[in-house]
Design a protein around this ligand. Structure first.
Ligand code: CA
Length: 467
């Protein structure tokens, strides 16, 4: 009988104080080499082979209690069932962590046990390992078809911060709204610019998004009006989830930062550009972004992403010492955005790669905490919109249609400057390995009409949502 203990899990790890490999750790290498194979069939283009094993929270109609799972091929492996069967023990002294409705309790156990749990799940799914493979009763209980799983927000998010780390995106927005010759503000190359977002309105993929209303001021008008946004947009981002926080007053060093990151999700930072343009001076976006932010349901661990780390862009000027990172801070992650409008087929409208990001996750976290600001398990940190250098690689409609001046033609003849009611935005992303993919699945959301504007509009004036 396999009886794991905290001490045994910790014994497999480098001694305390050892430099943590920026691309993962020893267990990641154990998973990746030699290439393992699951006893479950997984298609080569699946996002969820045995090399990935992302964590999420799911429920089913048959068992509506939200609980932790790992995605494998077209199935969800129920970690609470494995824990109950005594095959997956990570919490001390008989306590359980996988039968809860968030992953926070599991994540709070610390990196040695994240790595241990994922490694153990990999063993249980391995074709050479009999414990799950040969236990038909447990397989029937613990392996759920993904199409029958309802996914939930995987973590309770205490704080949400959104960075602005794509130089191409910041340059495009600066060119449109300020001055093409001085598109980047003077601070941008010196620090990872960010704002504090709203954690309460982060929702899981599939949650419908209601078109928000707010104050807008037309360029030729003297006064603002209250109306549904006419410039509803998406922003393609990745986001990391803090796995180990820092105490107030104790900054995280840049080369220690990745040890504090549990994993990544895809994120759509929905944005109302007309509300944003009127309200954002001088303190940044507020109602333009607080109405909803969507995230993908599966958290892909840094261990799973370790084979895909790449050097980020050259940084000029050289950052201040607290932001100088050793090792590969970037991630070769292919990203796509598709738009499906009511009754029409889905069209891919952007393809880009997270490797374009100028500031790395480690630099973002070091900068976030350098003042002494504390972070906590489950905090969400967005990358900022990820844009490439050409219009077909831009990460927002604002950029693709250049603030409405170059409307996007969709298959079937429809045109888009911004999102219309009934439009569904689907983002996906994956790292391409040799014969397999480590992917994120999707983050999707459909736009619902705004509430009746006449009821809430004290002036009685009504305006269409328009597109
Ligand atoms: Ca954003």
């Amino acid at each position: 009988m396999w009886t794991p203990t905290l001490a045994a899990a910790a014994a497999a790890l480098p001694p305390e104080g050892a430099q943590f490999a920026p691309w993962g750790g020893p267990a990641a290498l154990m998973i990746a080499q030699p290439r393992p194979s699951a006893f479950i069939e997984v298609a080569p283009d699946s996002h969820f082979p045995i090399q990935n094993l992302p964590f999420g929270i799911f429920s089913t109609i048959a068992d509506p209690r939200p609980r932790a799972g790992v995605a494998i091929g077209e199935l969800v492996l129920d970690l609470a069932a494995l824990e109950e069967a005594g095959l997956l023990t990570v919490a001390p002294a008989g306590s359980r962590v996988f039968d809860r409705d968030t992953l926070n309790g599991f994540i709070a156990l610390g990196r040695p046990l994240w790595t241990h749990a994922r490694s153990r799940v990999g063993d249980l799914l391995n074709e050479d390992h009999p414990d799950l493979r040969d236990n038909a009763g447990l397989r029937a209980r613990a392996l759920v078809p993904m199409r029958e799983a309802r996914m939930h927000l995987p973590v309770a998010i205490g704080g949400y911060t959104d960075f602005y780390s794509s130089k191409e995106h910041a340059t495009n927005v600066g060119s449109m709204f300020r001055d093409p010759k001085n598109a980047l503000l003077p601070n941008w190359r010196h620090l990872p610019v960010a704002y504090n977002g709203r954690a309460s309105s982060v929702v899981v993929s599939g949650t419908p998004i209601r078109r928000p209303r707010g104050q807008l001021k037309m360029p030729d008008a003297e006064e603002p009006i209250f109306a549904p946004t006419r410039k509803l947009d998406f922003e393609l981002e990745t986001a990391f989830i803090v796995g180990e926080g820092n105490a107030l007053g104790e900054p995280i060093a840049v080369d220690d930062a990745e040890r504090h990151i549990f994993g990544l999700v895809l994120m759509n930072d929905w944005s109302a550009r007309d509300i944003q343009q009127w309200e954002y001076v001088p303190l940044g976006p507020f109602n333009a972004k607080t109405f909803a932010t969507s995230v993908s349901p599966w958290i892909v661990t840094l261990d799973a992403l370790s084979p895909f780390r790449v050097a980020g862009p050259v940084q000029d000027p050289h950052p201040l010492p607290y932001l100088v990172q050793t090792g590969a801070g970037g991630l070769d992650l292919q990203l796509e955005v598709a738009l499906a409008s009511s009754g029409r087929t889905r069209a891919t409208i952007s393809r880009t790669n997270a490797r374009h990001l100028y500031w790395s996750m480690a630099q973002q976290l070091a900068h976030h905490t350098v003042s002494g600001c504390n972070t906590r398990v489950g905090d969400l940190m967005g990358s900022g919109t990820i844009s490439g250098s050409t219009p077909d690689s831009f990460g927002s409609l604002l950029e693709i249609a250049w603030n409405g001046t170059r409307p996007l033609a969709l298959p079937g003849g429809a045109m888009r400057s911004f999102l219309e009611d009934g439009d569904e935005v689907i983002m996906t992303g994956w790292c391409q390995g040799d014969g397999y993919r480590v992917g994120f699945g999707e983050v999707r959301g459909e736009i619902l009409p705004s509430p009746d504007s006449r009821r809430a509009n004290p002036t009685g004036r009504t305006t269409g949502a328009g597109g």
